[in-house]
Ligand binder design. Sequence first.
Ligand code: ZN
Length: 409
Amino acid sequence: MAGIKYLFKSSFNEEPLKNNQLRKLNLKQFIVRELYQHANLSIHNLSRTIKMSTPTITRALEELISEGLVTEIGIGESTGGRRPSIYGLNPLSRFVIGIDIERYFIRIGLFNFANQPVSEIHELNTGLETQSDIIGFITEKISELIEAYGIDENNILGIGISLPGLIDMRTGLSYTYLNTGKPVAKILSERTSLPVFIEQDTRAMAWGEQSFGLARDLKNVLCLNIGSGIGLSMILDGKIYMGHSGYSGEFGHIQIEPNGQLCHCGKIGCIETVASGKVMLAKAKKDIAEGAITQISSMIGGDLSKLNIRTILNAAREGDQYAIDLLAKIGEALGKGLATLIHLFNPELIIIGGEISKAADYLIAPIESNLNIYSIARIRRDAVIVASELSDNARLMGTVALVMNKIFA
Ligand SMILES: [Zn+2]
């Protein structure tokens, strides 16, 4: 299994392992994976799913306990005989660092083996559009985080990165941002001496929703990541869909207005020219400069340079009609675009996430109304539209799921 070296680093420092040692490590990794996925289990449970004898499982568990990875957490219900001991992972034995890199901000957090944040989520007000040396900046923040929480680097399973734009998942090369001709994960791994795994930001959201959010246990889900741009990820038949090279989900660049605005991708009238945070912000700046009546003006003290997406969302939540109208325009464009997706994929759930999902109440009604207009009723009825419960944390949590998935692959 791929992640065996990450879980049991100490076993790989000296001589090459013999086959029986590898088999034993494999078994221990199976146990750790079972405990990660199903939390608390008895020896009987483990022996049944891993299909190994009780004494073999017991011996491996004893080793995992002495190594600090597993702990006895209590006594379970009796199924006839003696009540069994229940085992679980020691949450503080291994850690994952999650990093969500976006255009105007970066979020970083340290998570334990139970996927819980050990550190506060650090939100840094700089991103791909404002920070010239992103890799250097992140490397520094990672060291600060590890030092601040006194974590032994040997116990860090890996770093998960969420990055927007086009990333070729076969080569790991990023083309929209950090395009240096070398995979971002490789560069960061060399700088930090830790395993690094990267995912495109909207698919990172899908990882988060599938592992910890509303898509858990569902098979066909569309995740919309609406921030300064728009991204789409698809969970189809229970799997996160990649496409041939990882470029799937460029929903924002479907044309909906043939006579519309020029998009940054070079095409005309893409959904992103009507329905993204970036465009909403630009429109608000222009309208307010031209005297639009809205309480946003007083919220920014008349200083348009202070206007950001968050101010508009806050104004909408306070009932500002202008801000609500701006969001409704986004919802209408999304609804029209989503109608096509519903016809193609017949999803059971559509999750609205990303920064703008904080005002999802004002998006969902216009989305639904346009879906009703542009899609076939029978297919439309299958799809429930909801705001993400993880909201902006979905991508960050997704990077944790990504690392764990790679380790246990
Ligand atoms: Zn475009």
